[in-house]
Every structure is written in C-alpha cells, then in structure tokens.
Write a protein that binds this ligand. Structure first.
Ligand code: SF4
Length: 286
C-alpha cells in the first residue's frame, strides 16, 4: 500500500521522533551556560540608550555575516562613531552622506560593518533609520519596543518598517527582546510568539522529515501543525542543530542530537559507514 505524503507526515509527527528530540535538546540547552540566550528571562531587563542603539544596529547588521560579528559591530559603531553631545541618531542625520558611507565601509577597524551583500546598502539604511528614529521614536530605539504585553506583535511590525530590516530580522529582534529581556510581557507571551524559520531551521525541518519541503511556506505550515507550546524554544533548538550539525554540505549526522529519528541523517550516516568500511577493506589481488 502506498502512503500519501500527509499520512507519512502524520507518522513522523506522532512517533517519538525528531519533534520530541528537538524539544529534548532544547531542555539540555537551557541547562547549558554556553547557551544562555535560549533561556527566558524571568525579569524585565533595561537597556541604556547606548546599548539600545548598539542592539538596533546589530539587528541591521545581522545578515550575511556571523551573529557575533554583527553584535560586535553594533557596539563598535556606538563606541567609536557619531559620538559627541548630540543624540546618536541626530549625529547620523547631521553627517554628510559620503562620510556616513566612509564610516560604514571602513570604520570597523578599517573594514566594513556590513557583509559584502549589504556593503553599499548599509550606509543608506543607517541614514534612513536616523530619520525614522528621530521622527517616530524621539531618537530612542527603546521606544520601538515600549509596548504592552497584548501588543507584543507591534515590536515586529515596527522593526519591519525600517529599511534593511526584513521579516526574519524583525522576528529575531522581537524574540530576543521578549525572551532575553522580558520586554512586552516576556515569558507571559511564550506560547504566542510565532516563528519565521530561517535557512538553518528550514534545512533541519526538511531533512528530519518534519516538513515536506525546505520552502518557507511549507516550513511555517509544518511548524504551525505541530501546535507547539513554545514555538520559539523549538526554533532556537532547531537553529542550533542547523548551525552546529546540519551543515549544508557534509552534515555532522554522526554527532547530531536527533540522528536516531532523522530520515536524511540515518541514510547519510549509513552511507558514510558503508563507504568507510569499503575504503578500509583489503583490496583483492587480481
Ligand atoms: S541527523 Fe544529520 S541531516 Fe538530520 S538534522 Fe542532524 S545533521 Fe541534519
């Protein structure tokens, strides 16, 4: 009997398979001090204006380069440029566009703050952000996320209205603020936060068999069908698996925490073991 794709998927969902393994992996991460960021803050943490500016710029820079470099870039920019008596955003707005470009493209210890992909766009985004920040948020990014618990989604909408901050980055910014800083109700909104799976998460969903495709629409649908109590936690665990094990080429299935239930991983691992055996076998002499 040939099973339909939907039936096959139901079996995957109902078995103690990849979904549960990813959730178990999240519990382990929660206890690991190296992954502090996956935990929900129990208290509301405050930003200084300087940290808020660095956070906002870090969000903008977090595309096409490592997250570590992006966050560091945000801090570096507020520490080293557009300083003085003025508000940071007033300084950006008052700076000539050619100088902004020079700072953005050379000001990070003689390198560009943005990735190659955003090299020419970032100076324009930053200048446009200064206008919006001054006009709509009184030059203070903290006003972007100064919303009540019921309006938590407003954070996402507001980030998305800035040039250069797309869907995924807006979602990410909202997550970090709510989960790690306890903003807009914090943990109260744990179950209300929808996710926007990025490339890493989509790859894990697809290879593990949770989603029938690695396309964005199918991945979101697959996640919604799981009715998870906390989609954000699942997303964080899947993201770490995607980043550390499920590499595009040469995934490290042999050490992946969900190997035993991953469709692709089991096949890939078996093929590799067979390959290793055949390479190790003595050759016959003709
Ligand atoms: S077992 Fe392999 S293919 Fe499956 S999620 Fe882990 S690394 Fe990716």
């Amino acid at each position: 009997m040939v099973m339909s794709v939907i039936e096959e998927r139901k079996i995957v969902m109902n078995s103690p398979g990849p979904v549960n393994q990813i959730l178990d992996f999240y519990k382990k991460l929660e206890r690991n001090p190296e992954y502090e960021w996956v935990k929900w803050s129990k208290v509301r943490k405050r930003f200084t204006i300087k940290n808020a500016n660095a956070f906002f710029i870090g969000v903008m820079l977090d595309q096409g380069q490592t997250a570590e470099r992006a966050w560091d870039g945000g801090e570096h920019m507020v520490d080293n440029h557009f300083k003085g008596k003025r508000n940071f955003w007033k300084s950006v707005a008052a700076t000539h566009r050619s100088t902004i470009r020079k700072i953005c493209q050379k000001g990070y210890d003689e390198t560009s703050y943005a990735s190659v992909f955003c090299f020419n766009k970032f100076p324009i985004w930053l200048r446009n952000a200064s206008d919006k920040m001054l006009n709509d948020y009184k030059g203070d990014p903290r006003n972007i996320w100064n919303v009540t618990s019921e309006n938590v989604n407003e954070i996402y909408i507001r980030f998305k209205s800035f040039d250069g901050i797309g869907d995924a980055l807006s979602k990410m910014a909202q997550f970090i603020l709510v989960r790690n800083y306890g903003i807009a109700g914090g943990i109260e909104n744990r179950s209300n936060m929808s996710v926007k799976p990025d490339e890493l998460v989509r790859r894990v969903l697809f290879r593990s068999g949770i989603s029938t495709s690695n396309k964005i629409r199918e991945s979101i649908e697959a996640l919604e069908n799981l009715h998870l109590p906390s989609p954000a936690d699942f997303d964080a665990a899947a993201w770490i698996i995607g980043r550390e094990y499920c590499l595009k080429n040469k995934p490290k299935c042999y050490s992946c925490p969900i190997l035993v239930s991953c469709q692709y991983g089991k096949r890939h691992n078996q093929a590799n073991s067979a390959d290793a055996k055949s390479r190790g076998a003595p050759r016959s002499v003709e």
